[in-house]
Design a protein around this ligand. Structure first.
Ligand code: KQY
Length: 364
C-alpha cells in the first residue's frame, strides 16, 4: 500500500466520530510481565471479556505475538479473529492507526510516530519499535494507504473528534516534554487540523489525576454525539481530581464547536479512589526503564474510558458502588445502545482501560 506525502485535509478525508458505524475493532494481546501482573494472566482474562463483549456488536480481531498465539486462540471465543501481529504491549488505541474516510468508499490510515508516551523523557517502557510498526501493519491488513508522520508524536487516546470538524485534547499531554518539544501549541494545533481534517480544537488543561499518559483525553472526556460531551466528575472537594474536573467543565461550557454550537456537558461520576494493593504490586516484574507499579499508588480509574461499538457501549467496572450509577448514566446518554459493563481492574492496573485497548475501523 502507498505511503502518502499529502494530508487527509488536502485529500478530503476525515476521522469519523467513534459513535459512527464501524467495520470492526482491533485489540492486541497483553503479555509483558513488567506491566501486567502474574505474567499477564489476569489481564488476559480481562481482555477476553472485553473482546467477547464487543464481539456481540461487531467483528473483533486480536493481534498476538507469536509466542502467545496458541494461548490467545484458545482463550478467545471462536467468533473473535486471532492473527499474529507483534507488539511491545497492548495499547492499540495509541500504537494503532487512526482511520479516516472520504465518504466515497475511501479508507486511509494515519500512522503517528509512537514513542511509548514520552520516549526517553518520561516514556513508560523501552523499546517501543514493534509498537511503532503496528499502525502500518493495520493499514496493510485493511488495504488502506497511509499517512506516516515521522515528525509528529501522537497517540489515539490523546484526543476525540466529533466527526464534524471538532477535536478535544489536553495541554498536559500534547504539550508534554516527551512528545513534540520543538513545536509550539499553534504548530501542534495546525498539525491536528491538517491530519484529522478538523477546524476547531478545544484544549482542556489536564486529564485524570496521575494518569501516566500525561493526561490522555480518552480518560477524562468523550463525545457522546456532536454537540454533547461526557466529562469525568467528582463532587469530593478533597480529591485533587475535583479542581481538574471543575476547570474542564468551565472550558467546555464556554467553548463552541466547529459549527458554532455550545456544548452540552454531561457529568459521569468517578469511582472512589483506587490504589494498587501489595499483592498486585508484587506480581509485576521490576524492570529498569518501565514505570514501576508500587503498592498504594493511585490508579487513573475513570468510567469515561469506555468503547462505543455498533449498537453498544462497553464500559469498565471497578467493583465500586459507583459502577451501577455509571451504567445508569451511560444508558441515559445512549438510549439507542446496549450498555455492557466488563470487570476492568486488571486493565486499569496496566495503566489504562477499555478505550485504550481498542481501535475501530470505520465503515466506508
Ligand atoms: O491509557 C493508555 N492509553 C495507555 C496506557 C499505557 C500504560 C502503559 N503502562
Amino acid at each position: 500500500m502507498r505511503t502518502l506525502m499529502s494530508s487527509p485535509q488536502q485529500d478530503g478525508y476525515r476521522m469519523p466520530g467513534e459513535f459512527e458505524p464501524h467495520q470492526k475493532t482491533y485489540l492486541l494481546w497483553p503479555q509483558r510481565p513488567d506491566n501486567w501482573r502474574n505474567g499477564g494472566k489476569p489481564a488476559q482474562k480481562a481482555f477476553v471479556a472485553v473482546a467477547t463483549a464487543i464481539s456481540k456488536f461487531e467483528l473483533v480481531v486480536v493481534g498476538v505475538n507469536d509466542d502467545q498465539y496458541l494461548n490467545a486462540r484458545t482463550l478467545l471465543p471462536d467468533q473473535v479473529e486471532v492473527i499474529e501481529l507483534s507488539s511491545n504491549d497492548a495499547w492499540i488505541r495509541d500504537s494503532g492507526a487512526t482511520f479516516v474516510v472520504n465518504g466515497q468508499g475511501g479508507l486511509r490510515g494515519i500512522d503517528w510516530t509512537f514513542n511509548a508516551w514520552g520516549g526517553l523523557v518520561d516514556g513508560l517502557y523501552a523499546p517501543w519499535d514493534k509498537d511503532d510498526r503496528v499502525a502500518q501493519k493495520l493499514t496493510e491488513l485493511e488495504r488502506a494507504d497511509r499517512y506516516r508522520l515521522d515528525d509528529f508524536v501522537l497517540e489515539g487516546g490523546s484526543f476525540h473528534v466529533d466527526g464534524e470538524g471538532t477535536l478535544i485534547t489536553t495541554e498536559e499531554c500534547l504539550l508534554s516534554a516527551g512528545r513534540n518539544p520543538s513545536m509550539s501549541k499553534e504548530q501542534i494545533e495546525q498539525r491536528l487540523k491538517s491530519s484529522l481534517n478538523v477546524t476547531k480544537v478545544i484544549w482542556l488543561k489536564r486529564g485524570i489525576y496521575q494518569d501516566e499518559t500525561n493526561g490522555h483525553l480518552d480518560n477524562i472526556a468523550n463525545f457522546v454525539r456532536p454537540g454533547e460531551v461526557v466529562l469525568a466528575w467528582t463532587d469530593d472537594q478533597t480529591d485533587p481530581q475535583y479542581a481538574i474536573s471543575q476547570e474542564n467543565l468551565k472550558i467546555l461550557e464556554n467553548a463552541t464547536d466547529a459549527h458554532g454550537r455550545s456544548l452540552k456537558v454531561h457529568k459521569l461520576q468517578l469511582p472512589s479512589p483506587i490504589t494498587i494493593t501489595e499483592p498486585e504490586s508484587a506480581g509485576v516484574d521490576a524492570v529498569a526503564g518501565t514505570l514501576p507499579r508500587q503498592a498504594g499508588d493511585r490508579l487513573a480509574a475513570s468510567y469515561v474510558n469506555y468503547y462505543t461499538a455498533n449498537g453498544g457501549i462497553v464500559f469498565p467496572l471497578f467493583g465500586d458502588p459507583a459502577d451501577a450509577a455509571a451504567q445508569a448514566t451511560l444508558q441515559a446518554l445512549y438510549p439507542e445502545r446496549q450498555v455492557v459493563g466488563v470487570p476492568a481492574r486488571e486493565i486499569l492496573l496496566g495503566g489504562g482501560n477499555i478505550h485504550c485497548i481498542t481501535q475501530q475501523v470505520p465503515l466506508v
